[in-house]
Design a protein around this ligand. Structure first.
Ligand code: NAP
Length: 455
């Protein structure tokens, strides 16, 4: 089976790779296992040095890596540069903090000495999405490798060149052979791998069906899984908010990565009293966005990553319209451009109880809902199967308290955009998944917290 990379800005095939066969997969598993036996004994000092070297390579060659991402999945080149820089940051963050995060923790018990020691689990399978092709891998790999685990990365099939490049970066940084390997295999092969004794745990970032499939296979084998799945994040704006700031940030939060981010602001929930103004300003902002060649510095929105994503998004928009929604802007594919471009789109009057209002829209489409008060805002925000992030705008301290307390999400950002940051944990509740990446919690997912008791 071929794994192909297609330029979404043109729809043209760039390159095809043959997927690994079973013998090749087995050889990679063997190598990973052998690498782990030695690598687990490397010191934090050694691992930190290699991780810092990764960061240096990322910084030095960011233009090349960014170009590759833009070519394979269509994000704007300028945002791809930012992504590579963020990868260097997460490498340095864990290079510096891992020894502290995983140091023995003393406990007072009836023993003469008792403590918790963190030890690596072994080979971790990481199933990754294409939307942040470098960041998703590094935010998993930096903590996992610093903890002494080794990684097998099954990246999304539309970004094979990014996947191979990441393996090359880790190798060039000096990590021992086999510490991070790329598995060029289709998604359908993943569940079967969970039965292999050499794989000790897995993480998956992607859609619900993929997460459910991996988690059931892991469940059969009693293996730990971290799941980072979809989201339909609310972006709540209440009366006391700074409307201009909310509109500017809301536009970025919805359109970032051509609208293909799990934590994008997908449902704008706005207090009735300010809704007309907010809607008008948001519309103007969306109208000012330039759709075009993602390599151009003044482009705001590039193509969607694949033809299928474009088609699915358009179908969702049409379904909204069939159910009474009003399209204020966009609402269709860009007809006169090759590739997979969709117009920035603003939809209102979607019946909030309709199932379509609860789906994730993975592209530059915003839904706007009007609510009478904060009670209705919180109720609507929580009325979704997802629980990834939530952004809420108000300058009233009492309202802020309630939003922090009552929003059902893995993260609540007040007067700011939901974003990932190496220093704070990232992850969801409900159907957005479980487990955490980043922060101290991220590095403690794939370790054995061993209790030691000595008399
Ligand atoms: P996807 O189809 O689930 O793909 C993600 C990864 O899973 C790919 O490597 C894919 O491989 C693999 N995969 C597909 N089917 C599988 C299966 N049955 N078993 C095991 N692995 C399988 O996801 P997507 O639609 O491309 O990505 C977008 C989704 O990811 C959105 O829902 C988005 O919200 C979510 N996401 C979440 C986060 C987060 O942190 N919570 C971050 C980014 C994206 P192939 O490419 O070979 O099919």
């Amino acid at each position: 089976m071929a794994i192909s990379t297609i330029n979404p800005a043109t729809g043209k095939l760039i390159k095809s790779f043959e997927a690994l066969n079973d013998t090749e997969i087995a050889a990679k598993l063997d190598l990973a296992q052998q690498a782990f036996e030695k690598y687990r004994k490397n010191t934090f000092g050694e691992r930190s040095q290699w991780m810092e070297a990764c960061a240096d390579i990322l910084d030095k060659e960011k233009a090349e890596f960014a170009k590759l991402m833009t070519l394979e999945m269509g994000k704007t080149y300028k945002s791809a540069i930012g992504e590579v820089e963020k990868c260097a940051w997460v490498c340095r963050y864990y290079a510096e903090n891992a020894p502290k995060f995983l140091a023995d923790v003393q406990a007072k018990t009836d023993a003469s000495q008792s403590f918790i020691r963190y030890q690596p689990l072994g080979v971790i399978l990481a199933v990754m999405p294409w939307n942040f092709p470098f960041w998703q891998v590094f935010r998993f790999a930096a903590p996992a490798l610093m903890a002494g685990n080794v990684a097998l990365v099954k990246h999304a099939s539309n970004v094979p060149q990014c996947a191979l490049m990441i393996e090359e970066i880790v190798r060039k940084a000096g990590f021992p052979q086999g510490v991070l390997q790329t598995l060029l295999i289709p998604g359908a092969k993943v569940a079967g791998l969970m039965a292999d004794d050499r794989i000790k745990a897995a993480t998956l970032t992607g859609s619900e069906p993929a997460g459910a499939s991996l988690a059931s296979a892991a469940g059969q084998e009693i293996k730990k899984v971290v799941l980072e799945l979809g989201g339909s994040d609310p972006f709540i704006v209440l009366e006391s908010a700074d409307i201009e700031a909310a509109v500017a940030t809301g536009t970025t939060a919805r359109m970032l990565n051509n609208g293909q981010s799990c934590i994008a602001a997908k449902r704008f929930i706005v207090a009735e009293t300010i809704a007309d103004k907010f809607e008008q300003l948001l519309l103007e902002k969306f109208q000012s966005l330039k759709v075009g060649d993602p390599m151009e510095p003044d482009t705001n929105i590039g193509p969607l990553a694949t033809g299928k994503i474009l088609q699915d998004l358009d179908q969702q928009v049409q379904k909204c319209v069939q159910n009474g929604a009003k399209v204020l802007l966009g609402g269709h594919v860009v007809a006169d451009m090759p590739g997979y471009f969709y117009l920035p789109t603003l939809i209102t009057d979607i019946p909030p109880e309709h199932p379509i209002a609860k789906e994730e829209f993975f592209g530059p489409v915003a839904m706007l809902f009007r609510v009478p008060d904060i009670n209705a805002a919180i109720k609507l925000a929580n009325d979704t199967p997802f629980g990834l992030g939530a952004s809420a705008w108000t300058n009233d301290p009492q309202e802020q308290k309630r939003l922090i307390e009552e929003l059902e999400a893995g993260a609540v950002f007040i007067n700011g955009m939901v974003k990932s940051d190496p220093r704070i944990p990232f992850g969801g509740i409900k159907r957005s998944g479980y487990g955490r990446e980043l922060g101290i919690q991220g590095i403690q997912e794939f370790v054995n917290a061993k209790t030691v008791w000595v008399k």
